[in-house]
Design a binder for this molecule. Structure first.
Ligand code: IYR
Length: 251
C-alpha cells in the first residue's frame, strides 16, 4: 500500500472509537506523541549506545548513591505493563547496614550449599568464565540493595486471595525497565539470584503473598572493577525476520 494511503487510514478514527461511549467504559484518548522518522532513528541509536556498555558488576564502591535517583528509577520500573494491570510487584530498597549484613550472611549460607552440592557439573562449567563463588561481600559493601518481590496474589480486605496473572513476565519486564533506568542514571547493578531466595522475604518480614524475584545490588563500581571480557552475539544470531517484502534492508 502507498505510504500516503497508510497515513490517511491511520489518521481516520475507527468507528470503535466513539469517544463518549469509550469514556462511559472508563477509557480516555491515548496520549502518544508521534516522532518524525529521523528522530526515531536518532533515539533508537542513542538508546542502544546508552545501553550497550551496561555490564553486571560484582565489585562495588561503598560510596553512597543519591537515593532520590534510585527511587525515580523504581518509579520508572513501575511503568511496566503487567498482566491484567495487576502490578504484581513490591520493590524493597534496603540501605540499612545491619539488614545488608543479614542478607549477605543468609545469601552466602545458601550459595555455599549451591556451589558445594546443588550445582550440576554443566552449570559449574557455564559459570566458570564469570568467576563467581559462594562469597558475596558486595551485598554488604554496596550502598543499596533492591529486592524485587513478586506478588502471586493480593490479599483482599476480607483476607481472601485475589489472583494475579503473568506475574513472572510482569516482574521480568519491570526489572528490565529498572536495570535500564539505573544504568541510564549512571548506576551499576547486578542481577543476583542466590538460590533458594526464601530468606529475603523472611528477613524483610514481607507478607505471605510476596516472594523474592530478584536481588539487585545498586551502586558505583569499585575503582578498578574488572568484568569478564564477554562479547554480545551479533544481531543476526538473535533476530529472525519474516518479512513479505525481501527488499526491506536487513540489519
Ligand atoms: N546464584 C549464583 C550462581 C550464578 C548463577 C548464574 I545462571 C549466573 O549467571 C551467575 C551466578 C551466584 O550468584 O553466584
Amino acid at each position: 500500500m502507498h505510504p500516503a494511503r497508510w497515513a490517511r487510514l491511520a489518521r481516520r478514527p475507527s468507528h470503535r472509537y466513539d469517544a463518549a461511549a469509550m469514556a462511559a467504559r472508563g477509557f480516555r484518548p491515548l496520549a502518544f506523541a508521534r516522532v518524525p522518522e529521523d528522530q526515531m532513528r536518532e533515539r533508537a541509536r542513542s538508546f542502544l549506545a546508552m545501553i550497550r556498555p551496561r555490564r553486571s558488576v560484582r565489585d562495588f564502591s561503598p560510596e553512597p548513591i543519591p537515593l532520590d535517583v534510585v527511587r525515580r528509577c523504581i518509579e520508572a520500573a513501575c511503568q511496566a505493563p503487567s498482566g491484567a494491570h495487576k502490578q504484581p510487584w513490591t520493590f524493597a530498597l534496603v540501605t540499612d547496614p545491619a539488614l545488608k549484613r543479614r542478607i549477605r550472611l543468609a545469601a552466602e549460607e545458601e550459595e555455599r550449599r549451591t556451589y558445594g552440592e546443588r550445582m550440576s557439573e554443566e552449570w559449574r562449567r557455564a559459570l566458570e568464565p564469570l568467576g563467581t563463588t559462594w562469597e558475596k561481600p558486595f551485598l554488604e559493601t554496596v550502598p543499596a540493595l533492591i529486592v524485587l518481590l513478586r506478588r502471586d496474589w493480593e490479599i483482599a480486605p476480607d483476607g481472601s486471595r485475589r489472583k494475579n496473572y503473568y506475574v513472572q513476565e510482569s516482574c521480568g519486564i519491570a526489572l528490565g525497565f529498572l536495570i535500564a533506568a539505573l544504568h541510564n542514571a549512571g548506576l551499576a547493578t547486578l542481577t543476583h539470584t542466590p538460590s533458594p531466595m526464601g530468606f529475603l522475604a523472611r528477613i524483610l518480614e514481607r507478607p505471605a503473598n510476596e516472594k523474592a524475584f530478584m536481588l539487585l545490588p545498586v551502586g558505583y563500581p569499585a575503582a578498578g572493577a574488572q568484568v569478564p571480557d564477554l562479547t554480545r552475539r551479533p544481531l543476526g544470531e538473535s533476530l529472525v525476520e519474516y518479512a513479505a517484502d525481501p527488499t526491506e534492508p536487513s540489519p
